[in-house]
Ligand binder design. Sequence first.
Ligand code: CO
Length: 495
Amino acid sequence: MTYTQEKQSKANQAFDKEDWSSAYKNVEKELTNEPLNTIKGGNIYELNGTLFRNGPGILERGGQWVHHPFDGDGMITAIKFDNGKPSLTNKFVRTKGFLEEKKINKFIYRGVFGTQKSGGILNNALDLKFKNIANTHVVKLGNEILALWEAAGPHALDPNNLDTIGLTTLSGVLKTNEAFSAHPKSDFNSNASSELLVTFGVQTGPKSTIRLMEFSNAGENSGELIVDRKDTFNGFAFLHDFAITTNWAIFLQNAIDFNPLPFVMGQKGAAQCLKSNPNKKAKFFIIPRESGLFKGQPPITIDAPDGFVFHHVNAFEKDSNIILDSIFYDDFPSVGPDENFRDINFDNYPEGNLKRSIINLKGKTSTLETLSSQCCEFATVNPKFLGLKASYSWMACTDKKIGNAPLQAIKKINLNTKEEISWSAAPSGFVSEPIMVPSKASNKEDEGYIFVLLWNGKRRGSDLVILDAKDLKELAIYELPISIPHGLHGSWVNN
Ligand code: CO
């Protein structure tokens, strides 16, 4: 039975929380080139490449659970397609902390999202060491695959077997363990090269410095840093993601404060010390790209709309405006010290909504409009249209139209007309970030494939679903030989 059929036969059934929370368990095996069982459809012959995904793979050690899944050690899954035939390789990133904790099967580092070492507050107080858990994103740069975690340096992996090569400075570009964002952008539309990887690192404090880096990511000098700049802004900056256009890099500094005291005193994780400040104004930092027309010019700061943003979708230039689509929350969502992340009440958490900021660079003003009021996250556009005016976005969303719930459906929205179509895995399926792979046979924006890694709550296992990007019809469903907890980000790399 396929997901859509299941939905029709169980229409209007709410999800079962255990179907959802059963995904949170340790990944128990590491496999190499394991073929996948086909549940539906046939191999898609034009697919030649690898779907890389990252996410937490260790959630419990020696009977202690992480406080938040974002504190789990990074596990990479690579599903390689040879003329459409898929096989899976998965491996934990061998970070220093992973190796140390694996040896004694105990958490010996505090997690940013609230995981404490055993021994209570006294044993955690004044311990400000972080574990670089390499669990957020995985991208190709030059000949290497990088496992990313934003507060520290990237780990380089062998693309063929996912072996950890080690923490990398990218041939001396980074200082050891310099912050390197987990949200690089692959840019096919710059003035500089056929393909760039544009990314940033942020050093924060009473003033925050953003380092904007652009690497060549194709051809002979693939992997080399081409341009680089640093800009300093007032205030504490929490910058998880950014957006680019051909000439600009756009950052949204949320109106939040960081009070480090409960973290230093061992009571809370660092991310639990972030709090919205209603008296503060969010800001856009708009930095000219050194590969663009305005290189060398100073950045522009503009007041931003209220709300909290983790992820942006896309941005483009229109006359003297920048149009920026983002997922807005009313407030910063955090799992408090006394809550269990596997048993949260979704109604108590703010939901994400797709909204569009129109940023006027001349008038230095911005306005906000809602594109869709259904709860959603992890929105994307056709990668060839990143930084340009895209007409379509694909995203993970709730099955129901109103209110917060787990992400169970995939939606395609026409950003011009706001028309939507969706595919749902409800009641027992739970989706992750959709990844759009354009068809090689067409330049049309919505011709291609949507890859969705899915938690099959009924089977208590993971599936891979490939949807037609145009109409969201199921093209293929494969059963995976490992169970993967609800994860974070990933990317597609052509062979
Ligand atoms: Co992210």
